[in-house]
Write a protein that binds this ligand. Structure first.
Ligand code: UD1
Length: 346
């Protein structure tokens, strides 16, 4: 009887880490497309305020449960309570430097957390998962643009945790081909929802370039440190594939929409295919914000690579998706979020 009742419940997407930067933007796109979801997050690196803001944007209450991805009992309660058909798995730690200092914590959260989740999914016969991987799994590529079948060589525990999870998911598929698995390798997410109400809210000093530029533009930081101008790139500074977070969120939606049709583990780059240098990013942000952004050239950051950008053609072929937002939109939207919320969600 109980099973029968639960089958009647409308199916939902479980979004782990749904309060985070990419997760919160994905919730908006899922809602727009008519999907129901439940968020599972322990808010260790995110805030409930992001969910309140999403709730306002979509004009609906958001179902969420506060819990850790490694807590199998809590996860089981969630699967019992809701009819979960898909999982989008964002929950994880993501600071490269911290991962070098505390690898056990990173492997426990990211790898062990995913194992607990997969075990629970399997026990509850939920077999569709979209996983947040990262272009960091490629390490220093021998050439650009990067295709999905390039060698994988992450250089730090964070990146390795992403690769290990990818490998685990491939083995899960081999053992049970009913699983439908999409691995999304993100390039460099930037920007914010056009409303300026949700965006990236890094705790402490940002590690990534875009939040650092935005905080400098708003006056929270004196200048941007440009990590090296002697790379083999067109202006000597590092080149990356910056992708608007709303484009990225729509990539997840497309993955959910095609997941029933896949017959093998699908591995996709989510990038634009364009590479911009650090100096180009600073200039573009100055233009979008009409602010002067002071910068200083400093030494290279250890572990950085010269150039990294995607070949997004396979994603286009499979998902019928491509990033459409321009660099100017990325900067304008980041600026709107930063200037409206100089202290993030606090
Ligand atoms: C970083 C992570 C990567 C992660 C990605 C997620 C490292 C080594 N890599 O990638 O694993 O998946 O973020 O967003 O941390 N830069 C400056 N000044 C700054 C910050 C960055 O000049 O204050 C430069 C960097 O040298 C690089 C570019 O800006 O050339 C982008 O840096 P960042 O935003 O940290 O991203 P990645 O290094 O590509």
């Amino acid at each position: 009887m109980k099973t029968h009742v639960s089958k009647l419940k409308k199916s939902k997407i479980l979004v782990t880490g749904g309060a985070g930067y990419i997760g919160s933007h994905t919730l908006v796109e899922l809602d727009l497309a008519g999907y129901d979801f439940v968020v599972y997050d322990n808010f260790c690196n995110s805030s409930k305020e992001s969910l309140r803001r999403v709730s306002k944007l979509i004009n609906k209450n958001i179902l969420f449960e506060n819990g850790d991805i490694r807590d199998s009992e809590k996860l089981q309660q969630l699967f019992t309570k809701y009819n979960i058909e898909h999982v989008i798995h964002f929950a994880g730690l993501k600071a490269v430097g911290e991962s070098v200092e505390t690898p056990i914590k990173y492997y426990d959260n990211n790898v062990n957390g995913t194992l607990v989740l997969l075990d629970c999914m399997k026990k509850n016969n939920c077999k569709k998962i979209v996983f947040s991987s990262s272009a960091t799994v490629y390490g220093d590529p021998s050439s650009t643009p990067i295709e999905e079948d390039f060698p994988l060589n992450p250089t730090n525990p964070y990146g390795k945790s992403k690769l290990f999870i990818e490998e685990i998911l491939r083995d899960v598929f081999i053992s049970d081909p009913e699983f439908k698995i999409v691995l999304l390798r993100y390039f460099n997410p930037v920007g914010a929802h056009v409303s300026g109400t949700i965006g990236e809210d890094p705790s402490g000093t940002p590690n990534n370039l875009m939040p650092f530029i935005a905080q400098t533009a708003v006056g929270k930081r004196e200048f941007v440190s440009v990590f090296g101008d002697d790379y083999n790139t067109h202006d000597g500074t590092g080149v990356r594939d910056y992708i608007h977070v709303v484009d990225l969120a729509q990539g997840h939606l497309k993955a959910i929409q095609i997941i029933n049709n896949i017959t093998e583990v699908l591995t996709l780059n989510l990038g634009t295919g364009n590479g911009y240098s650090v100096l180009e990013m600073i200039k573009a942000f100055e233009k979008a914000s009409s602010k002067n952004i002071p910068y200083k050239i400093e030494r290279r950051r250890e572990g950085d690579i010269a150039s990294c950008f995607a070949d997004p053609s396979y994603s286009f072929e499979v998902l019928k998706w491509k990033a459409t937002k321009t660099l100017d939109e990325m900067c304008k939207d980041s600026w709107r979020w930063q200037s409206n919320n100089p202290n993030g969600y606090k």
